[in-house]
Design a protein around this ligand. Sequence first.
Ligand SMILES: Nc1ncnc2c1ncn2[C@@H]1O[C@H](COP(=O)(O)OP(=O)(O)OP(=O)(O)O)[C@@H](O)[C@H]1O
Ligand SMILES: [Mg+2]
Length: 519
Amino acid sequence: MAMTMGELWTQVGSLMATLMFVWAIIQQYFPYQFRGHVQRYAHKLTGFLYPYITITFPEYTGERLRRSEAFSAIQNYLASRSSIRANRMRAEAVKDSKSLILSMDDNEEVIDEFEGVQIWWTSSKTTSKNPSVSYYPSNDERRFYKLTFHRRHRDTILGSFINHIMEQGKAVEQMNRQRKLYMNNAKNDWGHKSNWRHVPFEHPANFKTLAMDPKKKQEIINDLIKFKNGKEYYEKVGKAWKRGYLLYGPPGTGKSTMIAAMANFMEYDVYDLELTSVKDNSELKKLLIEVSNKAMIVIEDIDCSLDLTGQRKKKKKTEDEEETEEKKDPVKKAEKEEEKQSKVTLSGLLNFIDGIWSACGGERLIIFTTNHKEKLDEALIRRGRMDKHIEMPFCGFEAFKALSRNYLDVEWHDSYHKIGQLLEEAEMSPADVAENLMPKYEGETMDDCFKRLVEALEDAKEEAEKKKKAEEEAEAAKMAEKEKEKEKEKKSKDIEMKSNGIGGKEAKENGETEKDEKN
Ligand SMILES: Nc1ncnc2c1ncn2[C@@H]1O[C@H](COP(=O)(O)OP(=O)(O)OP(=O)(O)O)[C@@H](O)[C@H]1O
Ligand SMILES: [Mg+2]
């Protein structure tokens, strides 16, 4: 019967112990010069008797005893391999991980397989005999994983298996990682080493509950997947691995919700950049350098962030007017102060998006949102900077259906036809539709919610009609005014021409008399 690995080890282990004991005695009697030769022969003999290779991965490495990346990767890799779970496991809360990591307990052994090659993993620990005082908790207890395989598979293991476990382990770590929402520190926020502060990112938005045209949604999902898997492609075409999205549309149409859904889908950290808190272009650059890979940099309401458009301040107010306004509204005053202090320019921002520094690090999405796309500088949103422009429109019928599925768990209702028609005529944001669909008190029925929505849509329709009528009237008045102006201009031109005509004749006559006199 074939010997199991455990039995083989027991036998080989006792043989090795005997050999080591004999070797320890022998080396006492050998002169120093011969000891190297004897050691070499001893290793050869061991290799002959024990055809397995072992690799040890200690938990802490280096002088400062940092937790080894390889150890963590193996821990995650083994935890993800359900087929090779050990009987005794230990659960650990690892820093930045959103769930407990289960790994095999000390002195456990599991069998793994890679490309038909059998591999043995053991987890052990050594305890130092001279415990010393240290800041590092595991200084006297060193854990390690040991990988054992037959020496005939050396190339497979060293060539591809080690890379495979590192990649797999890191991917699992990425999935288990507690994602973070970063925000840039205000200039006067002293005492922070980093320019970013963070909190756990726990937004529940996802593409399933995001209400929008399904085709458009799928297109965005496909675009994101292509980007995520596009490392080689970006390398091939010589482009930095980043992509810009511009989300535009009226308030409450789901731009911020879309950002959260994207971040959850991609499993990226989110860096919410408040441009008004950035002192100048060089501070902006510093912030960029600190952004990690697999991240999403978001600048919300880009048209309001800074005077990047040159058009934002529509009407110049007099200093007196501004002063009285600021006195009345302290928030406005604070905003004004911030604006005065921030010297980030359009070119600084363009550099931030696709300057040479933006390529330091990969797999990043840059997202801008705005309610007024037309106000933005063309250079800021051209393809290459903002590669994909996504319009978030008022609520359409498909988006409404998704919202009623989310909020009321319903696929169809008698009022759907009417609501569909009203949505075409009235302009209502998904935020308003959702608010009307949400039950307001215990026992409020689905019918009540739909009734409320129909009423709200009818009001909105009326409002939209009024607005349209007012706009048409204003347009007509403007046209009439223009016509009047034209008429007035024409009249004054006619008068001018008439008077010029007479004047011209006189001038001609005068000119001729002058000529005659000369002759
Ligand atoms: N398309 C949508 N799908 C699902 N929920 C939505 C959608 N649009 C809006 N909502 C709901 O309305 C609320 C407001 O939406 P959100 O903050 O995403 O709008 P916005 O477009 O970012 O608005 P603003 O331009 O004012 O920042 C969200 O909390 C969300 O619940
Ligand atoms: Mg928003």
